[in-house]
Design a protein around this ligand. Structure first.
Ligand SMILES: [Zn+2]
Length: 482
């Protein structure tokens, strides 16, 4: 090959090489994520008291400015963390709904990233912080987080308080936005894990929205930028969670913050953390937030998002409510002396203890009938099986401790799913075992109807093969051969 040809090929490859280097920010961040992950936060139910020390630590770090913006209704401080000196102002606020914590965890990781050095990202940080100024309001609703509930201590939904600003937390956000007039705003939430990405079996792990600013859903330049940045973020996420990204309905909500902040001139991006198989505590989704938010900052300073054609936004599948926790499909239900074919779908509700730090799942039947258009996190095809309500063990036990000593799989194979005790050692004993435990005198039944949480036995040729207890499938097969 002639030298000239080689040079030509090299010069053609150079842009691709540069692009690959640039495009690999998230890959490098992904490889090094461990070192930024805030180790003191390991699950969703952290509180104000867990976050404040992290923010106070930042106040002594070079480049960070922290200040108290005000206090929640119950008097908890709400902080702003500022870093950078660039012209592009980026504001992020998380957890305006107290039980929507995923992005707060990611923000803690981003703080660690921004305060790191000599990790291969010095150039990126320098560029980011000289071209943009980042403002974070982590945990906007600390009173809600304390109870792990959506609303604040006034029982008002902050996200319907953008106009009236009658919640101290909502007023704080509104004042900051009005004063700063940020170029970009990230409105960080969690959504139900029962949303799917379009009509697929994939949960909508992350959903986006460029909120409308009027009922007509007009697209001006402010909103167009939000859409273009969302396209950018979606591209990156496809490498990690292909077909698990969706977009939220853009119906105008005149009382919501996202819609109003868009209207007030800030390009606003709503991010909703949804579900992902095997990631109940959302630690994987937390990492995805970390990656994609830093990539979004990069895209804002380089303006790479501006290349994205809007039809790619439309192509992101809609959030659909197609997910269930568990679906027993094609079962013949034998109940009350009659039998019919039905699918049985369960969902779960998180029941928490008084500290709001621990929870257990309580299942309930969400739907019955032909559910062939729905998908379960778990499914079992019970075609050729017969399902019957489980039986209650006739003996009453003194305490739940005794149940722990029994051969419960053997009991399930005999059709017994429910046990009655005179004393519960611990409230969570009710649901901790592969059988249900009830207090003597308490009413319960194992009939299949909406809202109930029946224990069921799944038979084949008269032999119990599976049990369903608290919405979970339990295998009863003697061995793999039958
Ligand atoms: Zn929310």
């Amino acid at each position: 090959m002639k030298l000239k040809t080689i040079l030509l090929i090299l010069s053609l490859m150079l842009p691709a090489f540069l692009f690959a280097q640039k495009g690999s920010l998230h890959q490098k961040l992904n490889t090094q994520y461990e070192q930024y992950q805030e180790k003191s936060i390991t699950n969703r139910r952290f509180k104000h008291g867990d976050i404040i020390p992290l923010i106070k630590n930042l106040s002594v770090q070079k480049g960070f400015e922290t200040k108290i913006l005000g206090k929640s209704y119950e008097g908890r401080e709400i902080y702003q963390v500022k870093i950078g000196s660039g012209n592009k102002k980026i504001l992020l606020w998380s957890q305006m709904h107290g039980d929507e914590p995923t992005a707060t965890m990611a923000i803690a990781d981003i703080f660690n990233f921004l305060s790191a050095k000599d990790d291969g990202f010095d150039d990126f940080r320098e560029r980011l912080l000289s071209e943009s100024t980042l403002y974070f309001i982590p945990l906007l609703n600390p009173d809600g987080a304390e109870q792990y509930q959506r609303r604040n201590a006034q029982d008002i939904d902050l996200n319907r308080d953008a106009l009236r600003a009658q919640t101290p937390e909502g007023k704080i956000l509104k004042d900051v936005v009005k004063e700063l007039k940020p170029d970009f705003g990230f409105n960080l939430h969690d959504q139900s894990r029962y949303y799917s990405a379009g009509n697929t079996p994939n949960p909508a792990t992350m959903s986006f929205l460029a909120p409308a600013f009027n009922y007509e859903k007009d697209i001006n330049r402010v909103r167009e930028k939000s859409m273009q940045l969302i396209i950018q973020m979606n591209k990156i996420l496809q490498a990690y969670i292909p077909d698990h990204v969706a977009k939220y309905s853009d119906d105008f909500e005149p009382r919501a913050f996202g819609d109003n902040i868009q209207k007030w001139g800030t390009s606003t991006i709503l991010i909703e953390a949804g579900g992902l198989r095997g990631d109940r505590e959302k630690q994987e989704i937390r990492k995805l937030h970390f990656l994609v938010l830093l990539e979004a900052f990069e895209s804002i300073i380089s303006e790479s998002y501006a290349q994205n054609p809007l039809h790619l936004y439309e192509q992101i599948p809609n959030n659909e409510r197609k997910m269930k926790e568990f679906i027993l499909k094609n079962a013949i239900l034998d109940q009350d002396g009659r039998s019919f074919k039905t699918d049985i779908a369960f969902k779960v509700r998180e029941i928490q203890d008084v500290t709001a730090r621990h929870f257990y799942d309580l299942a309930y039947i969400d739907d019955l009938g032909d559910l062939s258009i729905y998908y379960g996190y778990e499914e079992f095809d019970a075609d050729t099986y017969i399902v019957r309500p489980g039986k209650t063990y006739t003996k009453v036990f003194r305490s739940s401790k005794q149940i722990y000593t029994l051969d419960l799989i053997k009991a399930l194979r005999e059709g017994y799913t429910d046990f009655i005790v005179q004393k519960l050692e611990d409230e969570s004993d009710r649901l901790r075992l592969p059988v249900r435990i009830h207090l003597e005198g308490e009413a319960f039944n194992n009939k299949v109807y909406l809202g109930n949480n029946p224990s069921l036995i799944v038979y084949r040729k008269g032999i119990p093969q599976k049990a369903i207890v608290n919405g979970r499938l339990i295998s009863l097969e003697q061995n793999a051969r039958d």
